[in-house]
Design a protein around this ligand. Structure first.
Ligand SMILES: *[C@@H]1O[C@H](CO)[C@@H](O)[C@H](O)[C@H]1NC(C)=O
Ligand SMILES: *[C@@H]1O[C@H](CO)[C@@H](O)[C@H](O)[C@H]1NC(C)=O
Ligand SMILES: *[C@@H]1O[C@H](CO)[C@@H](O)[C@H](O)[C@H]1NC(C)=O
Length: 468
């Protein structure tokens, strides 16, 4: 919190000068009275009569259409270059200030909270609108991105993702511990959980690592899904709350002490990036389950937590992060289509108005299903999302990094109304700081290696040709 306030003060000092508007700032619209010309490489672009924005490129796209600026995604390097000059390799303390300065400086020229709502990712019917473009989007998972200790590694990973045409990147926004690391430890942790006093680590081995991820995503034109807790015990998770506050992972959802600290943590993270356009959405949990619970437990927790997040931040979307279990029209009644699998009914949760879109995952071999069953799983979720008029994010999928298995799921997702984006599990890369490879869990697709082309390059090309 403290660094955030300092950052805002700095922003006020640097924000006032320009007669030209910088990247993504407002440059026109009804009620606007600031400068209307943009810095080199950007054009003042009309999204609607109320909002003109400095957008990459030199020609002006037609106003208020959603498809004419699609080229931005196919040339991510132009976005990268344009915005990275001020944010390349900042120290971790400057990260927040550069992120915040954009918004605060824009505040001067607009009456609404800034950046204008047009600059934030949002739903548009059954698709997502990102930077003014509505289409189907490709993405990936990088749970470890916020745990990297080298800024150069984060930049290298995001540069590769952007060069590949990926857009939405899901990262863990949690890293919970029950033992307080020594003050000299460089191990990354975000939150220490204890009944006798929890701590949120805003230091250089704490949320400043996530700050850098947000800053680098901004520089590379990527959009982040940031998740607040794990169902599983990796990086702490609900079990770390249970260790601190008692109960069980099943009562975690209703345990007052656990929920109060969970909300304190959410508030700490959301307030750091509530004005960042690099955030795609906040996510309640990774794969929450409550086996054997009444389905109202997860429903009520998801409804109240998402309401809470909206009360803190009305700029960003909120989603659940669940696997998509429960009975579904058109399903075959197999285990994943049963209420027992997750202790919730995915379809019921679609009516929670403070959840902007729905998520589902796909791991047939973990669930005892044949691989081609995945197409039914994708299409039934899409149909339910279409019926609920809410986009579905196909958020994780893995079939042993085998294109024969996974390409059909990708094709089904792209052609199913109601599915708005897919994020393969998981991205892999070689980190420059150690010349070493990132986590290989059997489903990792390493950048430009192995099955990279048939899993990623071809799919991105198919998406771009379906949404030119
Ligand atoms: C995650 O979900 C499973 C399935 O309901 C449950 O058994 C487990 O206790 C949960 N939490 C953890 C920490 O594994
Ligand atoms: C949403 O779904 C739940 C669970 O099926 C149901 O109890 C509730 O009445 C629904 N609410 C609305 C507003 O449709
Ligand atoms: C990929 O999956 C297909 C279908 O299950 C299988 O026939 C093939 O052997 C797999 N390829 C590899 C390299 O494992």
């Amino acid at each position: 919190m403290k660094s955030h306030e300092v950052a805002s003060a700095l922003a006020l000092l640097v924000g006032v000068v320009a007669g030209q508007k910088s990247a993504y700032e407002q440059c026109g619209g009804i009620g606007y009275s600031g400068a209307t010309n943009c810095v080199s490489g950007y054009t003042c672009t009309s999204w609607n009569p109320y909002y003109y924005q400095c957008y990459p490129g030199t020609s002006t796209p037609a106003p208020s259409t959603t498809s004419t600026t699609t080229r931005v995604t196919t040339t991510p390097t132009s976005t990268t270059k344009a915005t990275s000059s001020s944010t390349t390799k900042p120290s971790t303390t400057k990260v927040t200030s550069s992120t915040t300065s954009k918004s605060s400086s824009s505040t001067k020229t607009s009456t609404t909270s800034v950046p204008s709502s047009a600059a934030f990712a949002k739903t548009n019917g059954l698709l997502f609108n990102i930077d003014g473009v509505t289409k189907y989007w490709p993405g990936t998972n990088c749970y470890w991105c916020g745990f990297l200790t080298s800024n150069g590694d984060v930049d290298a990973v995001f540069a590769d993702m952007a060069a590949a045409g990926l857009k939405i990147v899901r990262v863990w926004g949690f890293n919970d511990v029950n033992t307080l690391p020594s003050s000299s430890s460089t191990t990354v942790w975000y939150q220490y959980l204890s009944a006798s006093g929890s701590q949120i680590n805003t230091g250089t081995n704490g949320l400043q690592r996530l700050d850098y991820v947000v800053s680098s995503a901004q520089a590379h034109g990527l959009k982040l899904i940031i998740n607040f807790v794990n169902n599983w015990s990796d990086y702490g998770g609900m079990n770390a709350y249970v260790n601190a506050f008692g109960g069980s992972t099943l009562t975690w959802y209703t345990n007052t002490a656990a929920q109060s600290q969970y909300r304190a943590y959410i508030k700490a993270v959301v307030s750091r990036y509530s004005t960042s356009t690099a955030v795609f959405a906040w996510e309640l949990a990774n794969e929450p389950r409550c086996s054997g619970c009444d389905t109202s437990v997860i429903y009520n927790w998801a409804a109240s937590t998402s309401q809470y997040i909206k009360s803190l931040d009305s700029n960003h979307m909120v989603t659940l992060g669940d696997e998509g279990f429960g009975p579904l029209t058109g399903g075959d009644g197999s285990y994943p289509y049963q209420t027992s699998a997750g202790g919730y009914v995915w379809q019921d949760n679609l009516n929670i108005t403070t959840l902007d879109f729905a998520t589902f995952h796909l791991y047939p071999d973990s669930w005892g299903q044949p691989y081609d069953w995945g197409n039914l799983w994708v299409s039934t979720h899409g149909a339910a999302c279409a019926a609920a008029n809410k986009p579905c994010l196909f958020e994780e999928y893995g079939g042993n990094n085998n294109c024969t298995i996974e390409n059909p799921w990708q094709k089904t997702a792209l052609s199913t109304k109601g599915i708005a984006a897919d994020l393969f599990w998981q991205f892999g890369d070689t980190l420059p700081s150690c010349n070493c490879q990132t986590s290989q869990d059997g489903n990792t697709v390493f950048y430009k290696q192995g099955n990279w082309d048939c899993m990623v390059t071809d799919h991105v090309a198919a998406i771009n040709s379906a949404y030119p």
